[in-house]
Design a protein around this ligand. Structure first.
Ligand code: MN
Length: 130
């Protein structure tokens, strides 16, 4: 299972990548939305961990683009935000994100969310292969 992490903060990237690698996932990395979208289209990861606050294009705009594209709309997206405010949940889900978590990254919840979304992705793959 391939997971793309789009994160501009080096410490958060290091943490997320180490955690996911240790849990047996193949981790791809991008430090901005443009690189993230390019990697998503090229490598088709099963899931994307998307930081919302990115330089240039923000993570929710990137999520909206990926979810609006036939080739990438099946990719699960977990939004990561530093400040969860009222209305943020709606905003993130409206952008097509499948889940969201507030930073600092809660590692247990993160692994739980990843596992349950990938469970759904596996089912989709089975359906699509018939
Ligand atoms: Mn950021």
């Amino acid at each position: 299972m391939k997971i793309l992490v789009v994160e501009d903060n080096p410490m958060n990237m290091k943490f997320a990548a180490a955690l996911l690698t240790r849990s047996g996932y193949e981790v791809l990395q991008a430090t901005d939305a443009y690189a993230g979208i390019a990697i998503a289209r090229n490598d088709l990861p099963q899931l994307i961990l998307m930081d919302v606050q990115l330089p240039g294009m923000d993570g929710l705009t990137a999520a909206r683009l990926l979810k609006g594209d036939e080739a990438t709309r099946h990719i699960k997206i977990i939004a990561l935000t530093a400040f969860a405010m009222k209305g943020d949940k709606e905003c993130m889900l409206e952008s097509g994100c499948d889940a969201y978590l507030s930073k600092p990254i809660p590692y247990k919840e993160l692994l739980k969310a990843v596992a349950s979304l990938l469970e759904g992705a596996k089912d989709n793959d089975t359906v699509n292969s018939h």
